[in-house]
Design a binder for this molecule. Structure first.
Ligand code: AMP
Length: 606
């Protein structure tokens, strides 16, 4: 390496480029940058042997940007890359380093993208073109791309282009560029065929060789979680609770999902909002502004709505739904690790999508490491730590004089220790969001309440996939299947549902039939002939703070039909408790074991 170069300021880069580097936060040039920038700034050719991760993109982008004539709106720099993913990455790097070059335009060009978009942008005028060989040749043949004003040409990852069979195309392109152009060739390895290209097309190149092992760590850590057992929403909230994140961008497939996931996250206490193409520009800009100014911490977006989003505090990108193609993945994860900060990209993959994961790894040539979900204990530890901090903050900053008196009163009047009082208060405080997260992945049998012999085990296959099975068993003859708007995503268990229906609506638990939990709702079989008053009451009942809003399941045997004259005495008797609800419920509550009773009253998790 060039030992005399310690800071970017010592390199004769253009002032706006240095300003961008300062903001991005690179402290000093990497070895390949220190060695390549000076000769490239002088206009010399370069033969660089370096791998991805060494900072080679900046090694050529910074000097070439510094040499641009922005007044001349013609391609002055052409970068050839083996893949479209790399073309996008390099284009994004140019864009970032050129943020203070007014009027600067860079265009990535690759196959598979609509030709007319590329043609329109080329007509508008660009300074730098980055593309894969095939599509660049197409444009050169059509004359939609002219390279008369080309000053510099970069062959990035030349050995990959050779391996992918592009080397003849590359030579063809080289022959269609002005002979006096500057050429830089980068390759991780130097096979004979690449050396031959270099000898033929480079003039007295400066040779730079960076040993592997000196690579800079890519600023974005990529991980995946293979969806199994736990529902995706639960997995997501667990990660969000335990990971240190500043702001997160979550990608889903559809516009409606952006809204529904944002709402669910809000319900779980996160400052989240949707960002999608249905929102008008003003609303979208407001959402982005709120993310920047920390009013929001999470934005749930579609690919299109989040294109080009540049918010430096995004520390995490979640691929909640796997992207449709590798290019979308590159765009998505490019929203984090901005400005040289550390970023984290997490991908949720179902077993069926593992092939797509491998395709992404191959296309980006970056490994994506498997990750384990934080355990229930880890979530509990985090909640407890936050709780402790809240207490410390309050003790330090609030005037607690009056409350000290109240505590002393309780201490004296009730013969309780301050410790006991504090624990009871803590208990009250955490009622809405218990500090202790118990694993919800219990065996099916333990989740099934014992009370009713008619109740079956929730289907394990169905629970794993998170989707209702297609052909479901109908409700037994004398039962009606109802739908209730509380499900696994609300952390409801069959026990909660039985408890709520039995206690609140006064239905004997022995008459409550099969309960099936789905993601956002559940079904429950109840005896035929539910009186209207019971039905109305059940609509208002809440489980885990979620209104049941009970309705007859489509295709269920009977409707929400009120039961009037047709109701037999026997049918009615199953619901008898609704009538004398307060007394019956009281008696029932009193007959429950104390622990269970308390658990239910206080909404504690199991
Ligand atoms: P590359 O080898 O071009 O793929 O770059 C690998 C990573 O290193 C990218 O995430 C760059 O943002 C980062 N990087 C490039 N130059 C520097 C530098 N001088 N200091 C710190 N990080 C850098």
């Amino acid at each position: 390496m060039n030992p005399t170069v310690t800071g970017f300021g010592q390199l004769a880069l253009a002032a706006p480029v240095l300003q961008a580097l300062q903001e991005i936060g690179y402290e000093s040039p990497t070895p390949i940058q220190a060695e390549s920038i000076p000769p490239l700034l002088e206009g010399r050719d370069l033969l660089g042997q370096a791998q991805t991760g060494t900072g080679k993109t900046a090694a050529f982008a910074l000097p070439l940007l510094s040499r641009l004539d922005l007044g001349m709106k013609q391609p002055q720099v052409l970068v050839l890359t083996p893949t479209r993913e790399l073309a996008i990455q390099v284009a994004e790097a140019f864009q970032a380093y050129a943020r203070h070059l007014a009027g600067f335009h860079v265009l990535p060009i690759y196959g598979g993208q609509a030709m007319d978009t590329q043609l329109r942008q080329l007509r508008r005028g660009v300074h730098v073109v980055i593309g894969t060989p095939g599509r660049i040749m197409d444009h050169l043949r059509r004359k939609s791309l002219t390279l008369d004003a080309l000053k510099s040409l970069v062959l990035d990852e030349a050995d990959e282009m050779l391996r992918m069979g592009f080397i003849d195309d590359v030579e063809w392109i080289l022959e269609h560029t002005p002979p006096e152009r500057q050429t830089a060739l980068f390759s991780a390895t130097m096979p004979e065929a690449i050396r031959r290209v270099a000898q033929k097309h480079l003039r007295d190149p400066r040779e730079v060789r960076i040993k592997s092992g000196t690579a800079t760590v890519s600023t974005t850590q990529q991980r995946y979680w293979q969806v199994s057992g736990l529902h995706k929403l639960d997995a997501l909230t667990r990660i969000l609770e335990v990971e240190d994140f500043d702001a997160a961008l979550i990608f889903v497939r559809t516009k409606t999902e952006t809204v529904s996931l944002a709402e669910k996250l809000e319900a779980r206490g996160f400052a989240a909002a949707a960002l999608n193409g249905d929102m008008n520009q003003v609303l979208r800009e407001r959402t982005i502004e709120q993310l920047k100014n920390q009013t929001l911490d999470i934005v749930v977006a579609t690919d299109i709505a989040a294109r080009g989003l540049d918010v430096q505090r995004i520390s995490h990108v979640f691929n909640y739904d796997i992207p449709c193609d590798t290019e979308a993945y590159v765009h998505r994860i490019g929203r984090t690790g901005r400005a040289g900060r550390a970023g984290s990209a997490i991908l949720f993959v179902s077993p069926r999508e593992m092939r797509m994961l491998r395709a992404i790894e191959k296309a980006t040539r970056q490994p994506i490491e498997p990750m384990h979900l934080p355990s229930g204990e880890a979530v509990t530890d985090r909640r407890v730590a936050q709780f402790k901090q809240q207490i410390i903050d309050v003790v330090e900053s609030e005037d607690l004089g009056f409350l000290h008196q109240v505590v002393s009163q309780i201490e004296n009047e009730q013969d309780l220790s301050a410790h006991e009082i504090a624990a009871a208060m803590a208990f009250l405080l955490q009622r809405e969001r218990p500090l202790q997260l118990r694993e919800t992945r219990e065996p099916a049998a333990s989740r099934t309440p014992k009370a009713s012999p008619a109740r079956g085990r929730p289907d394990t296959k169905e629970r794993r996939s998170g989707k209702p099975e297609r052909a479901r068993k109908p409700a037994p003859d004398d039962m009606v299947r109802y739908r209730i708007e509380v499900g696994r995503s609300h952390e409801a268990t069959p026990g909660d549902i039985v408890g709520a229906i039995a206690n609140e609506a006064g239905i004997d638990s022995q008459y409550i039939g099969q309960i099936k939990l789905y993601d956002d709702y559940s079904t429950v079989d109840l005896p035929e002939g539910m009186p209207q008053e019971v039905f109305r009451q059940l609509k208002q009942v809440r489980v885990r703070q979620q209104k049941l809003d009970i309705s007859r399941e489509a295709g269920g045997k009977t409707g929400d039909r009120p039961l009037k004259a047709k109701t037999s005495t026997a049918e009615k008797s199953r619901f008898h408790k609704a009538k004398d609800k307060p007394a019956a419920a009281k008696a029932r509550r009193e007959s429950q074991p104390v622990k269970e009773k308390k658990r239910r009253q206080l909404h504690l998790p199991r």
